[in-house]
Write a protein that binds this ligand. Structure first.
Ligand SMILES: Cc1cc2nc3c(=O)[nH]c(=O)nc-3n(C[C@H](O)[C@H](O)[C@H](O)COP(=O)(O)OP(=O)(O)OC[C@H]3O[C@@H](n4cnc5c(N)ncnc54)[C@H](O)[C@@H]3O)c2cc1C
Length: 395
Protein backbone atom coordinates (compact mmCIF):
# COMPACT_ATOMS: atom_id res chain seq x y z
CA UNK A 1 0.00 0.00 0.00
CA UNK A 2 1.35 3.40 -0.91
CA UNK A 3 1.15 5.70 2.06
CA UNK A 4 0.10 9.28 1.78
CA UNK A 5 2.25 11.98 3.34
CA UNK A 6 -0.52 14.45 4.23
CA UNK A 7 -3.13 13.75 6.86
CA UNK A 8 -5.98 15.51 8.59
CA UNK A 9 -4.94 13.95 11.90
CA UNK A 10 -1.74 12.15 12.94
CA UNK A 11 -1.97 10.11 16.14
CA UNK A 12 1.29 9.21 17.86
CA UNK A 13 0.85 5.92 19.74
CA UNK A 14 -1.38 2.99 18.82
CA UNK A 15 -2.41 1.88 22.34
CA UNK A 16 -6.08 1.93 23.46
CA UNK A 17 -6.24 5.74 23.47
CA UNK A 18 -4.63 6.19 20.04
CA UNK A 19 -6.66 3.50 18.24
CA UNK A 20 -9.94 4.50 19.90
CA UNK A 21 -9.33 8.14 18.96
CA UNK A 22 -8.86 7.04 15.35
CA UNK A 23 -12.17 5.14 15.52
CA UNK A 24 -13.94 8.14 17.06
CA UNK A 25 -12.54 10.44 14.36
CA UNK A 26 -13.78 8.10 11.64
CA UNK A 27 -17.25 8.31 13.18
CA UNK A 28 -16.96 12.10 12.92
CA UNK A 29 -16.32 11.80 9.19
CA UNK A 30 -12.59 12.62 9.26
CA UNK A 31 -11.07 10.70 6.38
CA UNK A 32 -7.27 10.94 6.41
CA UNK A 33 -6.03 9.59 9.73
CA UNK A 34 -2.60 8.15 10.48
CA UNK A 35 -1.71 6.18 13.63
CA UNK A 36 2.01 5.63 14.23
CA UNK A 37 2.90 2.84 16.68
CA UNK A 38 6.45 1.91 17.61
CA UNK A 39 5.53 -1.68 18.60
CA UNK A 40 3.89 -4.49 16.61
CA UNK A 41 1.29 -5.81 19.06
CA UNK A 42 3.50 -8.82 19.68
CA UNK A 43 4.72 -8.29 23.23
CA UNK A 44 3.07 -8.59 26.63
CA UNK A 45 1.20 -5.48 27.79
CA UNK A 46 0.27 -4.64 31.36
CA UNK A 47 -3.12 -3.55 32.74
CA UNK A 48 -6.04 -5.90 32.33
CA UNK A 49 -9.17 -5.12 34.37
CA UNK A 50 -12.01 -3.16 32.81
CA UNK A 51 -15.29 -2.38 34.59
CA UNK A 52 -18.74 -3.40 33.30
CA UNK A 53 -19.69 0.07 32.00
CA UNK A 54 -16.77 -0.07 29.53
CA UNK A 55 -19.33 -1.79 27.31
CA UNK A 56 -21.08 1.58 26.86
CA UNK A 57 -17.90 3.11 25.44
CA UNK A 58 -17.16 0.11 23.21
CA UNK A 59 -20.74 0.36 21.96
CA UNK A 60 -20.38 4.07 21.26
CA UNK A 61 -17.23 3.29 19.28
CA UNK A 62 -19.23 0.70 17.31
CA UNK A 63 -17.08 -2.28 18.34
CA UNK A 64 -18.95 -3.88 21.25
CA UNK A 65 -20.28 -6.90 19.34
CA UNK A 66 -16.85 -7.71 17.90
CA UNK A 67 -15.24 -7.20 21.31
CA UNK A 68 -17.64 -9.72 22.86
CA UNK A 69 -16.53 -12.28 20.26
CA UNK A 70 -12.97 -11.96 21.53
CA UNK A 71 -13.75 -14.03 24.64
CA UNK A 72 -11.67 -12.21 27.20
CA UNK A 73 -11.97 -13.50 30.76
CA UNK A 74 -15.12 -12.37 32.55
CA UNK A 75 -14.56 -10.60 35.85
CA UNK A 76 -17.26 -10.65 38.53
CA UNK A 77 -15.82 -7.91 40.72
CA UNK A 78 -13.15 -7.72 43.38
CA UNK A 79 -12.38 -9.17 46.73
CA UNK A 80 -10.01 -7.30 48.98
CA UNK A 81 -8.25 -7.22 52.29
CA UNK A 82 -7.97 -3.46 52.56
CA UNK A 83 -8.31 -1.62 55.87
CA UNK A 84 -8.92 -4.94 57.58
CA UNK A 85 -7.47 -8.43 57.77
CA UNK A 86 -10.64 -10.01 56.51
CA UNK A 87 -11.79 -10.13 52.91
CA UNK A 88 -14.51 -7.78 51.72
CA UNK A 89 -16.42 -8.36 48.48
CA UNK A 90 -17.42 -5.87 45.85
CA UNK A 91 -19.06 -7.92 43.15
CA UNK A 92 -20.82 -6.85 39.97
CA UNK A 93 -23.91 -8.93 40.73
CA UNK A 94 -26.17 -5.90 40.95
CA UNK A 95 -24.35 -3.91 38.29
CA UNK A 96 -26.82 -2.93 35.53
CA UNK A 97 -24.11 -3.51 32.91
CA UNK A 98 -23.27 -7.03 34.08
CA UNK A 99 -19.72 -8.32 34.35
CA UNK A 100 -16.38 -6.64 33.70
CA UNK A 101 -13.41 -8.30 32.04
CA UNK A 102 -9.81 -9.31 32.59
CA UNK A 103 -8.20 -8.72 29.22
CA UNK A 104 -5.38 -10.30 27.37
CA UNK A 105 -3.93 -6.82 26.83
CA UNK A 106 -1.73 -7.66 23.88
CA UNK A 107 -4.74 -9.12 22.07
CA UNK A 108 -7.04 -6.27 23.11
CA UNK A 109 -4.61 -3.64 21.80
CA UNK A 110 -4.22 -5.60 18.53
CA UNK A 111 -8.03 -5.85 18.26
CA UNK A 112 -8.47 -2.06 18.52
CA UNK A 113 -5.75 -1.53 15.93
CA UNK A 114 -7.43 -4.03 13.57
CA UNK A 115 -10.82 -2.31 13.98
CA UNK A 116 -9.25 1.06 13.17
CA UNK A 117 -7.65 -0.34 10.02
CA UNK A 118 -10.92 -1.96 8.93
CA UNK A 119 -12.52 1.51 9.09
CA UNK A 120 -9.87 2.98 6.82
CA UNK A 121 -7.31 4.34 9.29
CA UNK A 122 -3.69 4.05 8.16
CA UNK A 123 -1.62 2.32 10.82
CA UNK A 124 2.16 2.28 10.71
CA UNK A 125 3.55 -0.32 13.13
CA UNK A 126 7.21 -0.74 14.02
CA UNK A 127 7.62 2.99 13.41
CA UNK A 128 8.63 5.66 15.88
CA UNK A 129 7.83 9.33 15.71
CA UNK A 130 11.17 10.93 16.46
CA UNK A 131 10.04 14.51 16.56
CA UNK A 132 7.38 16.85 15.35
CA UNK A 133 7.63 20.51 14.39
CA UNK A 134 5.15 23.14 13.55
CA UNK A 135 6.41 23.97 10.06
CA UNK A 136 3.38 26.02 9.13
CA UNK A 137 0.73 27.75 11.31
CA UNK A 138 -1.84 25.22 10.08
CA UNK A 139 0.14 21.98 10.21
CA UNK A 140 2.75 19.79 11.90
CA UNK A 141 5.55 17.88 10.29
CA UNK A 142 6.43 14.52 11.86
CA UNK A 143 9.72 12.69 11.39
CA UNK A 144 9.14 8.94 11.35
CA UNK A 145 11.73 6.21 11.67
CA UNK A 146 11.05 2.56 10.81
CA UNK A 147 12.78 -0.52 12.22
CA UNK A 148 15.08 -0.45 9.18
CA UNK A 149 16.18 3.05 10.36
CA UNK A 150 14.73 4.59 7.21
CA UNK A 151 13.18 7.97 7.90
CA UNK A 152 10.34 9.80 6.24
CA UNK A 153 8.29 12.89 6.92
CA UNK A 154 4.52 13.34 6.99
CA UNK A 155 2.37 16.37 7.67
CA UNK A 156 -0.90 16.63 9.56
CA UNK A 157 -3.36 19.42 10.27
CA UNK A 158 -3.95 18.10 13.79
CA UNK A 159 -1.69 16.14 16.15
CA UNK A 160 -2.78 13.71 18.88
CA UNK A 161 -0.32 12.66 21.57
CA UNK A 162 -1.32 9.11 22.60
CA UNK A 163 2.16 8.04 23.71
CA UNK A 164 1.08 6.86 27.17
CA UNK A 165 2.66 8.16 30.36
CA UNK A 166 5.60 9.55 28.37
CA UNK A 167 3.38 12.22 26.86
CA UNK A 168 6.49 13.15 24.90
CA UNK A 169 4.91 15.34 22.26
CA UNK A 170 2.53 17.29 24.49
CA UNK A 171 5.58 18.13 26.58
CA UNK A 172 7.58 19.18 23.54
CA UNK A 173 4.67 21.55 22.77
CA UNK A 174 4.95 23.15 26.21
CA UNK A 175 2.74 21.06 28.53
CA UNK A 176 4.08 20.13 31.98
CA UNK A 177 3.29 17.07 34.09
CA UNK A 178 1.75 17.78 37.48
CA UNK A 179 2.74 14.73 39.49
CA UNK A 180 0.75 13.40 42.39
CA UNK A 181 2.46 10.07 42.93
CA UNK A 182 4.97 7.69 41.41
CA UNK A 183 4.42 4.03 42.23
CA UNK A 184 6.53 1.20 40.94
CA UNK A 185 4.95 -2.16 40.09
CA UNK A 186 6.74 -5.52 39.94
CA UNK A 187 4.72 -8.01 37.89
CA UNK A 188 4.87 -11.67 36.95
CA UNK A 189 2.64 -13.49 34.48
CA UNK A 190 2.43 -17.24 34.75
CA UNK A 191 0.35 -20.23 33.71
CA UNK A 192 -2.07 -21.88 36.07
CA UNK A 193 -1.73 -25.64 36.31
CA UNK A 194 -4.14 -27.36 33.89
CA UNK A 195 -7.67 -27.94 35.29
CA UNK A 196 -7.04 -25.67 38.26
CA UNK A 197 -9.70 -23.25 39.37
CA UNK A 198 -9.03 -19.61 40.09
CA UNK A 199 -11.54 -16.98 41.16
CA UNK A 200 -13.04 -14.63 38.57
CA UNK A 201 -12.71 -11.80 41.09
CA UNK A 202 -9.70 -9.51 41.19
CA UNK A 203 -8.00 -10.31 44.49
CA UNK A 204 -6.45 -7.33 46.25
CA UNK A 205 -4.42 -7.29 49.47
CA UNK A 206 -2.87 -4.34 51.29
CA UNK A 207 0.43 -5.01 53.05
CA UNK A 208 2.68 -2.80 55.15
CA UNK A 209 4.93 -1.87 52.21
CA UNK A 210 2.20 -1.41 49.54
CA UNK A 211 -0.39 -3.68 47.98
CA UNK A 212 -0.72 -6.79 45.80
CA UNK A 213 -3.29 -7.93 43.30
CA UNK A 214 -3.93 -11.05 41.25
CA UNK A 215 -6.15 -11.33 38.19
CA UNK A 216 -6.94 -14.40 36.12
CA UNK A 217 -6.43 -13.72 32.42
CA UNK A 218 -7.61 -15.62 29.33
CA UNK A 219 -5.79 -18.88 28.49
CA UNK A 220 -5.38 -19.87 32.13
CA UNK A 221 -2.81 -17.15 32.83
CA UNK A 222 -2.45 -15.15 36.01
CA UNK A 223 -1.12 -11.62 36.45
CA UNK A 224 0.33 -11.04 39.92
CA UNK A 225 1.43 -7.52 40.78
CA UNK A 226 2.94 -5.72 43.77
CA UNK A 227 2.88 -1.92 43.95
CA UNK A 228 5.10 0.15 46.21
CA UNK A 229 7.39 3.16 46.40
CA UNK A 230 10.55 3.18 44.25
CA UNK A 231 12.78 3.29 47.38
CA UNK A 232 10.93 0.38 49.03
CA UNK A 233 11.11 -1.75 45.87
CA UNK A 234 14.85 -1.10 45.79
CA UNK A 235 15.48 -1.74 49.51
CA UNK A 236 13.39 -4.92 49.64
CA UNK A 237 14.68 -6.20 46.29
CA UNK A 238 11.09 -6.78 45.15
CA UNK A 239 12.26 -6.40 41.57
CA UNK A 240 14.09 -9.73 41.88
CA UNK A 241 12.18 -13.01 41.61
CA UNK A 242 13.50 -14.64 44.79
CA UNK A 243 12.54 -11.65 46.96
CA UNK A 244 9.28 -11.04 45.12
CA UNK A 245 8.33 -14.67 45.74
CA UNK A 246 9.35 -14.54 49.41
CA UNK A 247 7.15 -11.47 49.99
CA UNK A 248 4.32 -13.03 47.99
CA UNK A 249 4.42 -16.11 50.22
CA UNK A 250 4.05 -13.86 53.28
CA UNK A 251 0.77 -12.37 52.06
CA UNK A 252 -2.20 -13.78 53.90
CA UNK A 253 -4.91 -14.14 51.26
CA UNK A 254 -3.12 -14.07 47.94
CA UNK A 255 -0.60 -16.74 48.90
CA UNK A 256 -3.44 -18.96 50.13
CA UNK A 257 -5.41 -18.52 46.92
CA UNK A 258 -2.33 -19.31 44.83
CA UNK A 259 -1.44 -22.30 47.00
CA UNK A 260 -4.99 -23.66 46.79
CA UNK A 261 -4.68 -23.97 43.03
CA UNK A 262 -1.01 -25.07 43.19
CA UNK A 263 -0.07 -21.98 41.20
CA UNK A 264 2.62 -20.98 43.64
CA UNK A 265 4.57 -24.15 42.71
CA UNK A 266 4.96 -22.99 39.13
CA UNK A 267 6.54 -19.82 40.45
CA UNK A 268 9.09 -21.62 42.53
CA UNK A 269 12.61 -20.74 41.43
CA UNK A 270 13.72 -24.24 42.40
CA UNK A 271 11.12 -26.00 40.25
CA UNK A 272 12.30 -28.46 37.56
CA UNK A 273 14.89 -27.17 35.07
CA UNK A 274 12.36 -27.61 32.25
CA UNK A 275 9.81 -25.39 34.00
CA UNK A 276 9.59 -21.93 32.54
CA UNK A 277 10.33 -19.62 35.46
CA UNK A 278 8.45 -16.36 34.96
CA UNK A 279 10.37 -13.12 34.86
CA UNK A 280 9.62 -10.08 36.94
CA UNK A 281 8.66 -7.04 34.89
CA UNK A 282 9.10 -3.69 36.57
CA UNK A 283 7.23 -0.61 35.45
CA UNK A 284 6.33 2.81 36.74
CA UNK A 285 2.73 3.67 37.52
CA UNK A 286 2.64 7.43 38.02
CA UNK A 287 -0.39 9.55 38.87
CA UNK A 288 -0.33 12.90 37.11
CA UNK A 289 -2.09 15.14 34.71
CA UNK A 290 -0.76 17.65 32.23
CA UNK A 291 -1.21 21.29 33.13
CA UNK A 292 -2.40 21.69 29.55
CA UNK A 293 -3.86 18.78 27.58
CA UNK A 294 -4.73 20.78 24.46
CA UNK A 295 -3.13 23.54 22.40
CA UNK A 296 -3.33 25.08 18.99
CA UNK A 297 -3.85 22.11 16.66
CA UNK A 298 -3.09 19.36 19.18
CA UNK A 299 -4.38 17.43 22.16
CA UNK A 300 -3.30 14.57 24.41
CA UNK A 301 -5.43 11.49 25.16
CA UNK A 302 -5.29 8.57 27.58
CA UNK A 303 -2.25 8.28 29.82
CA UNK A 304 -0.49 11.01 27.88
CA UNK A 305 -3.04 13.51 29.24
CA UNK A 306 -3.54 12.04 32.72
CA UNK A 307 -2.50 8.82 34.44
CA UNK A 308 -4.24 7.18 37.39
CA UNK A 309 -3.01 4.85 40.12
CA UNK A 310 -3.58 1.24 38.93
CA UNK A 311 -5.67 0.69 42.09
CA UNK A 312 -8.43 2.55 40.24
CA UNK A 313 -8.52 0.05 37.30
CA UNK A 314 -9.63 3.03 35.22
CA UNK A 315 -6.78 3.43 32.72
CA UNK A 316 -8.42 1.74 29.73
CA UNK A 317 -11.88 3.09 30.49
CA UNK A 318 -10.34 6.56 30.69
CA UNK A 319 -8.47 6.05 27.38
CA UNK A 320 -11.72 5.13 25.58
CA UNK A 321 -13.66 7.94 27.24
CA UNK A 322 -11.03 10.53 26.27
CA UNK A 323 -11.07 9.23 22.71
CA UNK A 324 -14.79 9.78 22.24
CA UNK A 325 -14.54 13.32 23.64
CA UNK A 326 -11.37 14.00 21.65
CA UNK A 327 -12.98 12.82 18.39
CA UNK A 328 -15.72 15.44 18.73
CA UNK A 329 -13.33 18.21 19.83
CA UNK A 330 -10.93 17.58 16.93
CA UNK A 331 -13.72 17.39 14.35
CA UNK A 332 -15.08 20.78 15.42
CA UNK A 333 -11.57 22.26 15.45
CA UNK A 334 -11.03 21.08 11.87
CA UNK A 335 -14.32 22.77 10.98
CA UNK A 336 -13.08 26.04 12.43
CA UNK A 337 -14.43 25.94 16.01
CA UNK A 338 -11.82 25.63 18.76
CA UNK A 339 -14.45 25.70 21.54
CA UNK A 340 -14.44 21.88 21.61
CA UNK A 341 -10.78 21.86 22.64
CA UNK A 342 -11.51 24.16 25.59
CA UNK A 343 -14.33 21.90 26.69
CA UNK A 344 -12.09 18.84 26.38
CA UNK A 345 -9.40 20.56 28.46
CA UNK A 346 -11.79 21.27 31.32
CA UNK A 347 -13.27 17.74 31.19
CA UNK A 348 -9.80 16.22 31.64
CA UNK A 349 -9.06 18.54 34.58
CA UNK A 350 -12.37 17.95 36.37
CA UNK A 351 -12.17 14.20 35.88
CA UNK A 352 -8.72 14.26 37.51
CA UNK A 353 -10.23 16.09 40.50
CA UNK A 354 -12.84 13.32 40.83
CA UNK A 355 -10.13 10.71 40.62
CA UNK A 356 -8.19 12.47 43.39
CA UNK A 357 -11.20 12.36 45.69
CA UNK A 358 -11.71 8.64 45.05
CA UNK A 359 -8.04 7.78 45.38
CA UNK A 360 -7.69 9.70 48.62
CA UNK A 361 -10.76 8.01 50.05
CA UNK A 362 -9.35 4.62 49.12
CA UNK A 363 -5.90 5.19 50.65
CA UNK A 364 -7.45 6.69 53.82
CA UNK A 365 -9.36 3.46 54.40
CA UNK A 366 -6.14 1.63 55.25
CA UNK A 367 -5.06 2.62 58.80
CA UNK A 368 -3.34 -0.59 59.98
CA UNK A 369 0.25 0.60 59.56
CA UNK A 370 0.53 4.20 60.84
CA UNK A 371 4.35 3.98 60.89
CA UNK A 372 4.68 2.64 57.36
CA UNK A 373 6.32 5.16 54.99
CA UNK A 374 4.23 3.81 52.10
CA UNK A 375 0.89 4.49 53.81
CA UNK A 376 2.05 7.69 55.48
CA UNK A 377 3.00 9.20 52.13
CA UNK A 378 -0.27 8.19 50.49
CA UNK A 379 -2.27 9.55 53.43
CA UNK A 380 -0.45 12.81 54.03
CA UNK A 381 -1.42 13.77 50.49
CA UNK A 382 -5.09 13.06 50.97
CA UNK A 383 -5.97 16.71 51.48
CA UNK A 384 -4.32 17.37 48.17
CA UNK A 385 -6.36 19.60 46.00
CA UNK A 386 -5.35 21.73 43.10
CA UNK A 387 -3.01 24.08 44.97
CA UNK A 388 -1.10 21.23 46.57
CA UNK A 389 -1.01 19.29 43.35
CA UNK A 390 0.87 22.16 41.82
CA UNK A 391 3.35 22.01 44.66
CA UNK A 392 4.33 18.59 43.37
CA UNK A 393 4.72 19.93 39.87
CA UNK A 394 7.65 18.65 37.95
CA UNK A 395 8.76 18.70 34.34
C1 LIG B 1 0.94 -2.16 36.80
C2 LIG B 1 -0.19 -1.54 36.05
C3 LIG B 1 -1.44 -2.11 36.14
C4 LIG B 1 -2.51 -1.53 35.46
N1 LIG B 1 -3.73 -2.11 35.58
C5 LIG B 1 -4.77 -1.59 34.91
C6 LIG B 1 -6.04 -2.20 34.99
O1 LIG B 1 -6.23 -3.22 35.65
N2 LIG B 1 -7.06 -1.63 34.30
C7 LIG B 1 -6.88 -0.50 33.55
O2 LIG B 1 -7.85 -0.03 32.94
N3 LIG B 1 -5.69 0.09 33.46
C8 LIG B 1 -4.64 -0.42 34.11
N4 LIG B 1 -3.41 0.17 33.99
C9 LIG B 1 -3.28 1.39 33.18
C10 LIG B 1 -3.42 1.10 31.67
O3 LIG B 1 -2.52 0.10 31.27
C11 LIG B 1 -3.16 2.40 30.90
O4 LIG B 1 -3.98 3.41 31.45
C12 LIG B 1 -3.47 2.26 29.39
O5 LIG B 1 -2.56 1.40 28.78
C13 LIG B 1 -3.38 3.64 28.73
O6 LIG B 1 -3.54 3.52 27.35
P1 LIG B 1 -2.83 4.59 26.37
O7 LIG B 1 -3.22 4.20 24.99
O8 LIG B 1 -3.09 5.95 26.86
O9 LIG B 1 -1.27 4.35 26.59
P2 LIG B 1 -0.38 3.07 26.28
O10 LIG B 1 -1.15 1.82 26.46
O11 LIG B 1 0.86 3.25 27.09
O12 LIG B 1 -0.03 3.20 24.73
C14 LIG B 1 0.90 4.14 24.25
C15 LIG B 1 1.46 3.62 22.93
O13 LIG B 1 2.27 4.63 22.35
C16 LIG B 1 3.37 4.00 21.70
N5 LIG B 1 4.42 5.03 21.58
C17 LIG B 1 5.02 5.74 22.58
N6 LIG B 1 5.91 6.63 22.06
C18 LIG B 1 5.83 6.50 20.70
C19 LIG B 1 6.52 7.13 19.62
N7 LIG B 1 7.43 8.10 19.81
N8 LIG B 1 6.21 6.74 18.34
C20 LIG B 1 5.29 5.77 18.12
N9 LIG B 1 4.63 5.11 19.11
C21 LIG B 1 4.90 5.48 20.39
C22 LIG B 1 3.73 2.86 22.65
O14 LIG B 1 4.43 1.83 21.97
C23 LIG B 1 2.35 2.40 23.13
O15 LIG B 1 1.83 1.33 22.35
C24 LIG B 1 -2.32 -0.37 34.67
C25 LIG B 1 -1.06 0.20 34.56
C26 LIG B 1 0.00 -0.37 35.25
C27 LIG B 1 1.36 0.26 35.14
Amino acid sequence: MKLSSEYDVAIIGGGPAGCATALALKQQGISKILVVESGRYETVRIGESIPPDTRLLLDELGILEDFLQENHETCFGSCSSWGSDTLGYNDFLCNPYGNGWHLDRRRFNAFLAQKAMERGVELLCGTKVRNCDRTHPESFQLQLMGEDKQTRAVTASFLVDATGTRGSFARSLGARKLFLDRLICAIAFFDLPPDSHFSKLTLLEAVEYGWWYVAKLPNNRLATVVASEPSIIKDTGLHRMENWLAYLKETKHISKELADCSAIDSLSVSSTPQAKVPKIMVCTAPSFRLDQSTGNGWLAVGDAASAFDPISSQGIYKALWDSLKAGKAIASYLHGDSGGLEEYESLIASRFDNYLTQRNYFYQMEQRWPASPFWQRRQERTGLEKANLLAYASI
